[in-house]
Design a protein around this ligand. Structure first.
Ligand SMILES: Nc1ncnc2c1ncn2[C@@H]1O[C@H](COP(=O)(O)OP(=O)(O)OP(=O)(O)O)[C@@H](O)[C@H]1O
Length: 335
């Protein structure tokens, strides 16, 4: 578990303190893929760089598996950097070294393995990220997606518990982004590694994250399971991110449907209920009619989800609503 407790950070510029984060508290459970989303300047990079102490907090505590990392000695800090790997938007590979030597670099610095053991570990890592045949090439000879795979292999070399991803796919095209995200998800599942990523793209969050925190102007404004945040965004910043990602016109969200009769409700389906013919059977059993006003069905990570806005008419609308709730469907009466 990674815990940030009331963390603040200010940068000192020309004798003045410029606040970047204020009172940030977060719990990141072990083994999850945790996304942090925010607009440019919100404080994402600052936040992720605090976790491995590339930046030091001005106040508060950062606790990794029970240890306050801000109190670590120099040797402890070296250990922390081995437990917490990191990948970057622009890969940060050493251009004068081969792919194999880039990946070997942190192993050599750690100084725990023999030359033969390092070579074997590099080969394992190359296989893990699908780059075996590129071992002797130089970074300039690889595509962006391949370079990020090298970055991932290098970050995993010392078998860290946590992988930090600083806008790791922002420089890649959509297809390459998806293949790198898929690799991160495979690694999370195979190795049980905790992944913390920052992004300004909701699609990245939707593809691989379990939980998401939304950061705005140096503060966390919303946090929760990705499905819940996508389907029921609360804070205006979150709503903007979600509506933009879903191509939903926010003004239409407030449509009061004056032109339709009946009770207007929004039903949210999560999981298998998304594919069940519940609407029809409830309508038949409760003798209600419905018309569909708006709807979407999608996948959030592995979970199918749907949201339907319907107008219900008939005798026993309350019974129909109770049936929906009993089937595990979230019911919001809009009018
Ligand atoms: N080294 C620094 N010195 C002074 N101010 C900084 C420094 N790094 C960041 N800041 C300021 O801190 C605030 C948060 O910046 P940060 O880079 O963490 O945001 P971000 O959400 O990652 O933005 P982006 O997506 O544009 O990188 C901004 O106001 C920024 O100008």
């Amino acid at each position: 578990m990674i815990k940030l407790e009331n963390v603040s950070k200010a940068y000192r510029v020309d004798g003045r303190d410029i606040p970047a984060l204020a009172g940030v508290s977060l719990s990141i459970p072990t083994g999850t893929v945790f996304g942090i989303i925010g607009h440019s300047g919100a404080g994402k990079s600052t936040l992720i760089r605090l976790i491995n102490l590339l930046e030091r907090p001005t106040g508060g505590r950062i606790v990794l598996d029970g240890d306050d990392v801000t109190e670590l000695s120099t040797a402890g800090l070296r250990g922390l950097r081995q437990q917490v790997g990191m990948i970057f938007q622009h890969f940060n590979l050493l251009g004068s070294k081969t792919i194999g030597d880039n990946i070997a670099f942190p192993l050599k610095i750690a100084g725990k393995l023999s030359k033969a053991e390092i070579n074997q570990r590099v080969n394992e890592l190359l296989a893990l990220v699908g780059l075996t045949e590129h071992k002797n090439k130089y970074p300039a000879q690889l595509s962006g997606g391949q370079k990020q795979r090298v970055g991932i292999a290098r970050a995993l070399a010392n078998r860290p518990k946590v992988l930090l991803c600083d806008e790791a796919t922002s420089a890649l095209d959509p297809q390459t982004t998806q293949s790198v995200l898929q690799l991160l998800l495979d690694i999370n599942r195979q190795l049980g590694l905790t992944i913390v990523l920052i992004t300004h793209e909701m699609d990245v969050i939707r593809s691989i994250c379990d939980r998401v925190a939304v950061i705005d102007d140096g503060a966390i404004v919303e946090e929760g399971e990705v499905t819940q945040v996508f389907l029921h965004p609360k804070h205006p910043t979150t709503r903007r991110f979600v509506f933009e990602a879903e191509h939903i016109d926010e003004s239409k969200q407030f449509d009061d449907y004056t032109h339709v009769s009946g009770k207007v409700v929004r039903l949210t389906f999560i999981g298998e209920s998304t594919y069940q013919p519940i609407l029809g059977s409830v309508a038949r059993d409760c003798a209600v009619d419905f018309s569909i006003l708006a709807g979407r069905i999608e996948r959030i990570k592995d979970t199918p989800c749907g949201q339907l806005t319907i107008a219900l008419s008939g005798n026993d609308i309350d019974a129909a609503l109770a049936r929906f709730a009993a089937e595990g469907i979230d019911v919001e009466v809009l009018r």
